[in-house]
Write a protein that binds this ligand. Structure first.
Ligand SMILES: [Mg+2]
Ligand SMILES: [Zn+2]
Length: 395
């Protein structure tokens, strides 16, 4: 279904002058980032319609000769950059004319309102004034206020982020999970739209380091505090943290609209790698030259790590270890818990997950798996559009 962005002109695409009239070429000044923003929104499938009040246009107070060159400069500049307005709708009247087309009245967009073929729920009215928001409301679509980011207004970057994060756009992709059992007490938060500030304390130093790899390479913030029965061993702490993390990631993704969904990653060092492309129901194996430069390779061993994942809603974890971990324990972290952790996480998150690692130093094997998992997660979590990435209409 078609979706529209109805966009005001003055104060929205170009700055509004103090006398409210863009009637000279030197009064044409675009808002920051408006052009890349419109290009991205156009790429995401939106059609654009300009809707503008130009008080008294064509009268002595605002003759066409002064309006037209500036208006054309605006349109030509946008067009030269690939921005295509389907229609430019202008009300030339003054308030006292009591016309039917002056925003927020609906005359200008009546033809659109009569057309049932476009999707109201994913269309927007974008403008800088209360009348634009009133217009949105009257049209039954979402209104977004453009501005410098203060007073509940959005910059054009903010508009793009809001629209492309899907319909519940204003909802931040954050989830907080509290999980208390007799064995563990967990307080965990993920914030998928911010990164670089994780706080991790599970009581197992090496495990903290591993969780930090997931957050860092997955490009999200993870705050977790675990109070577990470490006097027994790390088993419950690691397993339950996997469940809590999977649950939080699933919650934060919401209806998953717009996300990349799939992720795959190949190794730290090697040139030749297997890439698994996981689709909803089958697994395809492709052999190709690895192009992916993951984090700067610090491992010197010959590890070959493959992680492929799909946020499918159908939990499945395939963990393949070509050789045993060379150690059973890394500073209180039992290596047999690695697969257990990822299985718990995959089940809680609804993740189809394939992981494979070759032999080598145990610390490196484990660390590479966590890093690779984060790397595979990164494109899958990222918002890349507005559609639900599934032909079934649900994920
Ligand atoms: Mg305006
Ligand atoms: Zn009018």
């Amino acid at each position: 279904m078609k979706k529209y962005l109805f966009i005001d002109r003055d104060g929205t695409l170009v700055y509004e002058p103090e006398d409210y009239q863009v009637d000279a070429l030197d009064k044409v000044k675009f808002l920051p980032h408006v052009i890349p923003a419109l290009l991205r929104l156009q790429e995401a499938g939106y059609s654009l319609v300009m809707v503008s009040n130009q008080d008294g246009l064509g009268t002595e107070s605002f003759p066409l000769e002064t309006f037209t060159p500036a208006h054309e400069l605006i349109l030509n500049t946008l067009e030269s950059q690939g921005i295509d307005f389907e229609q430019v709708l202008i009300c030339p009247h003054k308030p006292e004319d009591h016309c039917e087309c002056r925003k927020p009245k609906l005359g200008l967009v009546q033809a659109y309102l009569n057309d049932p073929s476009w999707e109201r729920s994913s269309s927007y009215f974008i403008g800088d004034r209360a009348t634009d928001l009133a217009m949105a409301q009257a049209m039954g679509i979402t209104g977004l206020k453009v501005g410098d980011g203060s007073n509940q207004s959005l910059t054009w970057d903010g508009i793009v982020a809001t629209i492309l994060q899907g319909h519940n756009a204003s909802a931040p992709r954050v989830a907080h999970v509290v999980r208390n059992t007799r064995e563990t007490k967990i307080d965990l938060t993920v914030d998928l739209d911010h990164s670089g500030e994780s706080h991790i304390d599970t009581g197992i130093g090496f495990f903290d380091h591993m969780l930090d790899q997931i957050a860092t390479h997955g490009n999200f913030n993870l705050t977790v505090k675990v109070d577990g029965d470490l006097k027994v061993d790390g088993h419950h702490t690691i397993e339950d943290t996997g469940i809590a993390l999977g649950t939080a990631l699933k919650q934060a993704l919401g209806d998953k609209r717009g996300i990349g969904r799939f992720g795959f990653v190949v190794p730290m060092d090697e040139v030749m790698a297997q890439v698994f492309a996981v689709s909803a129901d089958h697994l395809v194996t492709i052999n190709e030259q690895a192009q992916v430069a993951a984090a700067p390779a610090t491992e010197s061993e010959d590890h070959n790590i493959t992680v492929a994942l799909d946020i499918s809603g159908r939990p499945h974890c395939e963990f393949e270890l070509n050789a045993e971990f060379t150690r059973e324990d890394i500073n209180g972290f039992e290596t047999q818990m690695v697969s257990h952790f990822f299985e718990s996480l995959a089940v809680a998150m609804g993740l189809t997950l394939h992981m494979k690692v070759t032999s080598g130093n145990a610390h490196h094997q484990v660390e590479a798996l966590f890093k690779a998992f984060g790397r595979a997660l990164r494109p899958a979590l990222k918002v890349v559009g507005t559609e639900l990435p599934s032909s079934k209409g649900t994920l």
